[in-house]
Write a protein that binds this ligand. Structure first.
Ligand code: GLC
Length: 556
């Protein structure tokens, strides 16, 4: 047997599932999801075909920013369980063939973190320099990340007698990574969770973490912040040969390439493809695949070991900040025309199915697309059953409603009185009465069954995670036809962004002699004649075809 990269570099063909422990499953009936509840649902995730869980922050937190304001990096929030419960989750997941990655949120701490309490109490505190202080805020400041709540990145602190920097909420003071002790603490956090068995980190707000421009004392500035990211990566590699850094970097392609470490690939292992995600919505709004096509083709080449994380929806606002104002207005008009559906003038607070008016053809087309794009798919919990949002909750919390397990009270998430739930359940047509796991599990035609099928095919064919990407030229702008090539095997994926049926003529990427073409979903043989392939698609239709050598004995 050939010892191959395809199994070593697990992240290249993983299926990642993001969940917030607090709203996934409540094991002890107090209205808040917990690690015990999650442990009891790991078989469900394994059955779905997930290979890696991404746990959103479960650390002690005053919850100003839903756990992204951490008061102890080495602990578990008491409401969610303890370290023993965490280790149990890791162990059971491992037993079911799933890895676990966790959020690394070290751009800032909570203002309730003991470091910050000590820092603000005295200028002489050894922790003072853990944060970024100034007597006067800088004259020129960037637009705040949360413009509805903050007007400045700098907050005057009475106790400290100075201003501190906070890129996010004022309760999230920024850590000063030019301080070697802070970098040591971050390494300790990384080392700790790796030792407990995690396979890496989703690294929060990476560009902000590396941005040291807020620090006045020029002498202390890190000469090259990316050298620090490289250092963090090599530290992680030393501690665990197989752990990853999956970074949140919503920047342009050139800068994303830098965060990968260019052709060396020695910084982030993975990055979310924010650009393609945004263009996907533009393409959907226009019924025109070209914006997405262009975004995919603009991905930097980089090292073969790095990987893109494809996603349709995450836990934050569906940001459209990289679109032009006109494009953003188009997407708003199509998918979130009401003010309460929008946030920060740049994003939507909705989930996909309600945005597509629940049209099952269109929803399936989008997930077919996500699983066929080059890269690693990342699902946000509940996407597999088509959950909707709760606009009454408002803001980013609208999409963080409890997981819908069955049609019972609280969607089977908790036995607690409804008023005690961490977050209200999604009401209406996308709520648990109509959308839930129990129902869909029994229905072979459900979205859940469909997503399970997509995952199975994705996992069976290493072309998806590893294949070389290309676009097949054809004149219909409503259609995206792309290929993923790995050796003798080629996946041809064709998606129709229009509601009307389409027929497209595609140039075969290789000579048809001695080739076999199979429909991935039906396993039907597709006859090949000449060097053009004719594909018919229903409205919002999709096809996955596999081209192999005639004597290919692969089991797909
Ligand atoms: C990231 C997270 C977001 C959080 C912010 C501050 O953008 O995804 O939820 O509010 O960082 O930690």
């Amino acid at each position: 047997m050939k010892v191959s990269d395809t199994s070593d570099l697990w992240w290249k063909s993983a299926v990642i599932y993001c969940l917030d422990v607090e709203v996934f499953m409540d094991g002890d009936g107090d209205g808040i999801g917990d690690l015990g509840g999650l442990a009891s649902r790991l078989d469900y995730l394994a059955e779905l075909g997930v290979t890696c869980l991404w746990l959103m922050p479960f650390y002690p937190s005053p919850d100003r920013d839903d756990g992204y304001d951490i008061s102890d990096f080495l602990g578990v929030d008491r409401r969610l369980g303890d370290l023993g419960d965490f280790v149990e989750v890791i162990r059971i997941a491992e037993d079911r063939g799933m890895r676990v990655i966790v959020d690394l949120v070290v751009n800032h701490t909570s203002d309730k973190h003991p470091w910050f309490k000590a820092a603000r109490a005295s200028r002489n505190s050894p922790f003072r320099d853990f944060y970024v202080w100034r007597d006067e805020p800088p004259e020129r400041q960037p637009e705040p990340v949360f413009p509805d709540q903050e007007t400045s990145d700098w907050q005057y602190d009475e106790k400290a007698g100075q201003y501190y920097q906070h890129v996010f909420y004022r309760q999230q003071p920024d850590l000063n990574i030019t301080n070697e002790r802070v970098r040591d603490e971050i390494a300790k956090v990384v080392g700790f969770w790796v030792q407990l068995g995690v396979s890496g980190f989703r690294v929060d707000a990476v560009p902000f973490l590396l941005d040291t421009t807020g620090i006045v004392d020029g002498k202390k500035l890190l000469p090259d912040p990316h050298a620090y990211l490289r250092h963090l990566r090599s530290f992680l590699d030393r501690r665990s040969g197989q752990a990853i850094l999956l970074g949140e970097v919503n920047l342009d392609r050139k800068q994303q390439n830098t965060f990968f470490g260019g052709s060396e690939g020695n910084e982030l292992t993975m990055q979310f493809d924010f650009i393609s995600m945004q263009k996907l919505y533009l393409s959907l709004a226009r019924g025109d695949a070209r914006p997405l096509e262009k975004a995919l083709l603009s991905r930097p080449k980089g090292s073969p070991d790095i990987q893109w994380a494809n996603f349709v929806r995450n836990h934050d606002e569906l940001t459209l900040d990289k679109l032009t104002e006109k494009e953003r207005a188009e997407v708003f008009a199509a998918f979130g025309p009401e003010k309460r559906m929008q946030v920060y003038d740049r994003g939507l607070v909705r989930r996909l199915p309600p945005m597509l008016q629940g049209d099952p053809r269109r929803i399936r087309m989008v997930y077919s697309l996500m699983f066929s794009l080059p890269g690693t798919p990342v699902l946000f919990y509940g996407e597999e059953i088509g959950m909707g949002e709760n606009l009454d909750v408002g803001g980013r919390m609208s999409v963080r409603t409890p997981m819908q397990w069955n049609a019972d009270r609280n969607g089977g998430f908790s036995t607690a009185p409804t008023a005690k739930l961490r977050n209200a359940v999604t009401p209406g047509g996308f709520g648990p009465e109509h959308v839930n796991v129990a129902q869909q599990r029994r229905d072979p035609d459900s979205l859940l069954a469909f997503v399970r099928t997509l995952i199975r095919h994705y996992r069976n064919g290493s072309e998806f995670g590893w294949g070389a990407f290309d676009v097949l030229e054809q004149p219909d702008k409503a259609v995206l036809a792309h290929t993923l090539t790995m050796g003798d095997r080629v996946i041809i994926a064709v998606h129709n962004f229009a509601s009307e049926p389409r027929e497209v003529q595609l140039p075969l990427p290789v000579a048809h002699e001695d080739r076999r073409l199979t429909d991935v979903f039906t396993d039907a043989h597709v006859p090949l004649e000449g060097n053009t392939l004719t594909v018919s698609l229903d409205g919002y239709g999709y096809r996955w075809l596999r081209l192999t050598a005639r004597d290919d004995t692969g089991l797909y």
